[in-house]
Design a protein around this ligand. Structure first.
Ligand code: HEC
Ligand code: HEC
Ligand code: HEC
Length: 435
């Protein structure tokens, strides 16, 4: 007995010391390759292509914030260990990328390293951009040089020790940076599926929200696109699983959703997905959206995520015209009648606005009701060829109790759910990272 404890202690001590030595080596190792020296001829075509790449890659979405010029940064990202702000990527000399070379930029995009050699936090999705081709990155660089320079220093990050030590990111990169692919190798194959792979994984970085993360904020690559809660919203499982994912959607439905945020009878995009549609996906060509949809339909199915009710169960619960089911909370029903029913209709088909159809949506079939509560709090709007359709936010007008009652009514009546969303959960969502 004593012998085996001693053996175990020795094994633990040996593993810990090897770990410490490895960590120290990684932290002090000057592993960054120097930036390459590059020259390119700038043409209007190259700039136009760079503008398209910037839209696909969502640079403006993250590098802009209310009250500041496009690309001038300042947007906060709340991470488990503090807040990081996006930086100014306009060509301003003092506070932006004005002093950078094309080689510095390429290295930043592929490896997450600044011009001065310090490491960037992975809130900047360089783990995805790592696979961007050199030619796409250089087109982007040509385009960013045409953006008006703005003097705008980034706000100071507020990160707890030891996470405020940029050197630590090296260790993180060692553990979580995709090591299987060489930088720039994302678009190696021909054809729609390969183009879709490149767009989804390298440019539009869907996995940054839709892939689960481990304790250390690293993406769990074995569970790619199988769903995660991000900034207080559920980014659904979008693998080809028929119940948990988008396996039942047609390619056309996916294309419509990505282009406009609305796929009739399937889903309407609110919150962070709404923003991705507006700032990025709505600007992509039909061919690229189709390639993405075809690729998504081939992502291996995963049933990761909470036990969702099926569209058929949701249909059954909402088919009764008018509020009838006894188990539905009368307070929630009353609030719905007063504040929501005029737009949404009792049978879940939407009234004047087709996008307000609630029946069978993924958000109402989710037992946590997370996105239902978020949408009620924040409101949402989407722009279709026929005009804008909007929902006001109710954060000021509903108490936690009222929020819980009406959200529970919605998930039970339109989503076939059995359990209520408690006032405590509603409160936690209201005060959470994005509330
Ligand atoms: C999901 C949000 C997000 C997206 C999308 C994003 N960035 Fe960033 N980016 C950040 C954050 C946050 C930082 C700051 C990281 C830090 O301080 O370590 C950053 C930093 C950078 C830097 C380093 C600048 C410096 O001065 O240190 C560059 C260059 C950059 N981004 C370019 C881009 C480009 C080009 C795109 C589009 C292809 C892009 N980013 C898309 C969030 C994002
Ligand atoms: C910034 C985070 C974020 C990014 C990046 C993102 N999504 Fe989403 N996505 C979400 C959220 C949150 C929802 C849920 C929206 C809702 O319920 O209204 C969602 C919903 C969806 C849905 C609807 C699924 C359903 O069952 O209703 C699809 C499809 C989807 N996303 C595809 C994509 C694709 C493809 C990409 C990459 C181009 C992507 N998303 C990038 C956050 C994101
Ligand atoms: C003025 C009309 C209007 C009112 C009032 C309204 N909504 Fe909406 N709602 C919409 C529209 C339009 C959409 C779809 C557009 C969007 O999500 O951007 C929507 C979307 C939703 C969604 C789907 C969110 C998602 O992403 O899946 C839910 C859930 C919802 N509303 C619940 C409610 C509840 C509960 C109330 C009352 C407290 C309410 N709405 C009040 C018009 C309205």
């Amino acid at each position: 007995m004593k012998g085996s404890i001693r053996y175990l202690a020795a094994a633990v001590a040996a593993t810990v010391s090897i770990g410490i030595i490895a960590a120290v080596v990684i932290l002090v190792w000057p592993h960054h390759t120097p930036p390459r020296v590059l020259s390119q001829t700038i043409s209007p075509e190259l700039v136009a292509r760079g503008r398209y790449v910037a839209a696909a890659a969502g640079c403006e979405a993250c590098h802009s914030t209310e009250g500041r010029a496009a690309f001038s940064g300042g947007r906060p990202f709340v991470l488990p260990f503090g807040t990081v702000y996006s930086t100014n990527i306009t060509p301003d000399k003092a506070t932006g990328l004005g002093g950078w070379t094309a080689g510095d930029f390429l290295r930043a995009m592929h490896d997450g390293v600044r011009a001065d050699g310090s490491d960037l936090y992975p809130a900047f999705p360089y783990t995805a951009y790592h696979a961007m081709t050199d030619s796409d990155v250089l087109a982007l660089w040509a385009y960013l040089a045409t953006v008006p320079p703005v003097h705008a220093p980034a706000p100071k990050n507020s990160l707890r020790f030891p996470f405020n030590q940029r050197r630590l990111i090296r260790l993180w990169n060692f553990l979580f940076m995709p090591s299987d692919a060489a930088a720039g190798s994302g678009a190696s194959g021909e054809g729609e599926v390969n183009r879709g792979y490149y767009l989804v994984n390298a440019l539009t970085h869907c996995g940054e929200c839709h892939t689960p993360r481990n304790l250390f904020y690293g993406l769990e690559r074995g569970k790619a696109l199988s769903g995660e809660v991000t900034s207080g919203w559920a980014a659904w499982n979008i693998t080809s699983d028929r119940l948990h994912g988008i396996g039942d959607w047609s390619v056309e439905e996916l294309v419509n959703y990505l282009r406009s945020g609305y796929a009739p009878g399937r889903a309407v995009a609110s919150g962070p997905m709404n923003e991705i549609v507006k700032m990025s996906l709505s600007q992509l060509s039909s061919g690229d959206l189709r390639a993405m949809a075809i690729y998504l339909k081939r992502v291996p199915p995963s049933d990761n995520g909470p036990a969702v009710s099926s569209p058929a169960e949701a249909m059954a619960s909402s088919s009764s015209f008018g509020p009838s089911a006894a188990e539905e909370d009368s307070r929630g029903r009353q609030i719905f009648a007063g504040a929501c029913g005029g737009c949404h209709g009792w049978n879940g088909a939407g009234q004047q606005q087709a996008t307000a159809a609630l029946r069978g949506l993924r958000s109402v079939r989710d037992p946590t009701g997370l996105n239902v509560v978020q949408t009620i709090l924040q409101g949402s709007s989407i722009v279709l060829p026929t005009g804008r359709e909007s929902m006001p936010g109710f954060a000021r007008s509903l108490s936690d109790g009222e929020l819980s009652a009406v959200a529970s009514f919605v998930t039970m009546h339109f989503g076939g759910q059995r359990d209520r969303i408690s006032a405590r959960d509603a409160h936690a969502i209201r005060t959470g990272p994005s509330g």
